[in-house]
Design a protein. Structure first.
Ligand code: GRF
Length: 190
């Protein structure tokens, strides 16, 4: 059984969807630890309630980003994590995590990459006026939202969409494809 280390910063709905897919048997893995850079992340509550180990590392407690990430890597290794899952982890990934897990780290992004990288991707899509939006599960490399694509899903953009309505439509697809992409990444491991 492969071990997942899930990194979050907030709500954690993608982490919950991964958990649900594991529970239903659709995804053959275990969430070994949920790590957050924010102590108030709502997703931590779900993890604790579901008996998943959690850890919080706050960048402000460290002299450098490298020192912060080194502690995360040490934690991931202590849980024998095979694949790192960035599920709404709102921080750029630096050297320690890349050196330890490049090729074994995946992210979910709410746009059809390579369009609309970075923050507020759904608003970027609305502002641009695209008629099709979606989400992308991809491997993490140094360049933001630029790693090899594993899976994508598209949704229509409706004339009366708001950022909230479009984000909700995309999020449903995120919850579907992320677990499938994680399974594909795990199948590549060995
Ligand atoms: C999602 O839209 C994800 O694509 C983006 O951040 C959001 C996280 O949502 N990277 P949640 O914390 O998984 O609910």
């Amino acid at each position: 059984m492969h071990n997942l280390g899930v990194l979050i910063s907030g709500r954690g709905s993608n982490m919950m969807a991964v958990h649900d897919h594991i529970q239903s048997g659709a995804l053959g893995a275990e969430i070994s630890v949920v790590i957050s850079n924010k102590p108030q992340a709502q997703g931590l509550t779900f993890a604790v309630e579901n008996g998943i180990s959690t850890a919080v590392f706050e960048p402000k407690d460290y002299a450098s980003n490298n020192a912060y990430e080194q502690d995360i890597v040490t934690c991931l290794k202590s849980f024998k994590v095979d694949l790192v899952v960035l599920a709404g982890y709102m921080k750029l990934v630096g050297d320690p995590m890349l050196q330890a897990y490049e090729g074994r780290m995946v992210n979910i992004h709410p746009s059809l990459l390579p369009s609309f990288k970075g923050l507020n991707a759904q608003k970027q899509a609305l502002d641009y006026g695209v008629k099709v939006a979606g989400c992308t599960a991809h491997y993490v490399i140094r360049d933001v939202d630029a790693g090899p694509i594993i899976l994508q899903a598209a949704v229509p953009v409706l004339d009366d969409d708001t950022e909230a309505s479009l984000s909700a439509r995309i999020l449903e697809k995120e919850h579907e494809i992320f677990s499938m992409a994680i399974q594909e990444a795990l199948d590549q491991l060995n």
